[in-house]
Design a binder for this molecule. Structure first.
Ligand SMILES: *[C@@H]1O[C@H](CO)[C@@H](O)[C@H](O)[C@H]1NC(C)=O
Ligand SMILES: *[C@@H]1O[C@H](CO)[C@@H](O)[C@H](O)[C@H]1NC(C)=O
Ligand SMILES: *[C@@H]1O[C@H](CO)[C@@H](O)[C@H](O)[C@H]1NC(C)=O
Length: 486
């Protein structure tokens, strides 16, 4: 009797432990690391930031050598990306696919120490409606070529190909009626069958923020996770947040083509903090924390109860001030950290690291700023302002941005400073025909932050500058001056 009891307890323990550690029912939180920034934090600092915050999954948009090299020798699992522009050649040439795998994958996987690359994202939202179909026919042929190359390189068992899709690949009024866009149905069937035969997940990017941004009738509370006065009733199922509704629309669409059980990964999800009404620190914190808590509760959705997404990659790790603003000014403000690796708000990623921890030992340029010279007439400043803002990021100045209310002179100062920092505080870059002036007093007002650039010794810009100095001095023979400069 006693022994039987002990065995029963043991069996239960085993089941419990298996349930707790089983990969099937538990989501892991990762991040997207994009590098379209004019103020790039050194890759080694970014990797330190990931480690500090116990982030063990990262998604890249290309195979940037600096980023992938910095990830070598860590235990961070990596998804590298192939830009859409590259799909055409990969679809038509197995030689191109082989060399992509050799140079951008094998080189890192078989180096010592290796990078732990688990996925290759083939294209990024290649079916996006706004691309008008220009990439869609390349996707499956590129996948087939790359899969062959993986087999040849002996990587097919450890690296999986996926295709991150935007949620606009499917549509419906209620989740249970979800279906892929009619013009994609053939391609989606081929794609999903390919994924299924390689045990790859379906990767989807879901953005309740964009639903809210693009549709004034969208009920605001439905975008978040705290319950809503506007639930979506779908037969026996009730949806209290846009994320679940969207997710189940995908589940229904997959089900319709026979793959309702396919594992799903959220490739991007997040909330921006600037550049639009509704993009602010509070909303971003509430959305992201709500999402993380919801996903980690393992509740799942009405169509997939108890089965949350396999992995969820937050968008994004850092702000990227060279992203296109075509979708909106918010596009440069998705980071949970600002460009310099400082947490924008308190967030617990649920990875055991507590609240977000800042990047350490970031090296800044000196604490000085460029502003509009207060003693000058600014009536002829507009061309300078345009030029400064066409090179540097001024999105915060626009309607809905954190610097929108700082007045005419504030606008000019903000633009001047953005340009000055972009030029690494080069003296000339604060001239603006005498209308600019350097100040040592931080001109930031309220929420509107005037940035100071960072030093990135590995950025090509910095390197080129350094060599110029050394060569010039070398040829003029002024070794003494060189030593002084150093
Ligand atoms: C590696 O990938 C990048 C794009 O991320 C591409 O520009 C480059 O040509 C690739 N290398 C090879 C050998 O295909
Ligand atoms: C922040 O955005 C949310 C919606 O996304 C909005 O309800 C709220 O009023 C905004 N807060 C501020 C201070 O603008
Ligand atoms: C400052 O610039 C922004 C963006 O161009 C504009 O919307 C705003 O009206 C400007 N403010 C003033 C006081 O001119």
């Amino acid at each position: 009797m006693k022994i039987w009891k002990k065995q029963a307890v043991l069996v239960w323990l085993v089941i419990l432990v298996t349930m707790m550690t089983s990969k099937g029912g538990e989501a892991a939180i990762g991040v997207n690391w994009g590098t379209l920034s004019q103020h790039r934090l050194p890759a080694t600092k970014v990797v330190d930031l990931l480690i500090q915050n116990k982030i063990s999954k990262v998604k890249l948009f290309d195979a940037d050598p600096e980023a992938v090299n910095a990830l070598r020798g860590t235990h961070i699992q990596v998804m590298i990306g192939i830009p859409n522009d590259f799909l055409s050649i990969l679809s038509s040439s197995s030689i191109a696919a082989d060399s992509w795998v050799r140079r951008n994958l094998s080189a890192y996987v078989s180096s010592n120490p290796p990078a732990d690359i688990r996925y290759v994202a083939v294209g990024n939202e290649p079916f996006l409606t706004s691309y008008s179909g220009q990439f869609q026919s390349y996707v499956v042929p590129a996948l087939l070529n790359l899969q062959q190359s993986l087999v040849k390189a002996n990587l097919a068992a450890s690296v999986k190909l996926v295709v991150p899709c935007n949620a606009d690949a499917y549509e419906s009024t209620v989740p249970s009626q979800g279906a892929f866009r009619p013009e994609l149905s053939q391609i989606m069937t081929e794609l999903v069958s390919f994924l299924n035969s390689n045990a790859s997940p379906f990767v989807v990017n879901i953005y309740p923020f964009l639903s809210l941004y693009g549709n004034s009738d969208f009920p605001q509370d439905y975008a978040f996770f705290a319950g809503t006065n506007h639930p979506v009733i779908d037969g026996p199922n009730v949806y209290y947040n846009a994320f679940d509704g969207n997710y189940d629309t995908l589940v229904a669409a997959l089900n319709r083509i026979g793959y309702g059980q396919m594992p799903i990964v959220i490739g991007e999800v997040g909330w921006p903090t600037d550049g639009a009404i509704g993009a602010n620190l509070t909303a971003a914190r509430v959305f992201n924390q709500g999402l993380i808590n919801h996903v980690l509760s393992n509740k799942g959705t009405p169509l997939k109860p108890g089965a949350p997404p396999m992995d969820v990659y937050m968008f994004s790790l850092l702000d990227e001030d060279s992203k296109s603003t075509l979708p909106g000014n918010f596009e440069r403000h998705w980071g949970i950290f600002s460009f310099d690796g400082q947490a924008k708000y308190q967030l617990n990623l649920g990875l055991g690291g507590g609240l977000l921890k800042n990047a350490m030992d970031v090296r800044y340029l000196p604490a000085r700023w460029c502003i509009a010279n207060p003693s000058k007439d600014l009536s002829r400043v507009s061309n300078h302002l345009k030029l400064a803002c066409s090179a540097a990021d001024c999105t915060r100045l626009n309607y809905g941005g954190s610097c929108n209310g700082i007045g005419v002179n504030g606008n000019v100062s903000f633009a001047f400073n953005s340009y000055y920092q972009l030029q690494k505080q080069d003296v000339q870059s604060c001239d603006f025909d005498g209308l600019g002036a350097v100040t040592f007093l931080d001109p930031s007002v309220g929420q509107c932050r005037f940035l100071v650039g960072i030093i990135n010794p590995s950025s090509s810009h910095g390197l080129r500058g350094k060599w110029t100095i050394i060569w010039t001095l070398f040829f003029s023979g002024s070794i003494v001056i060189l030593l002084q400069v150093k």
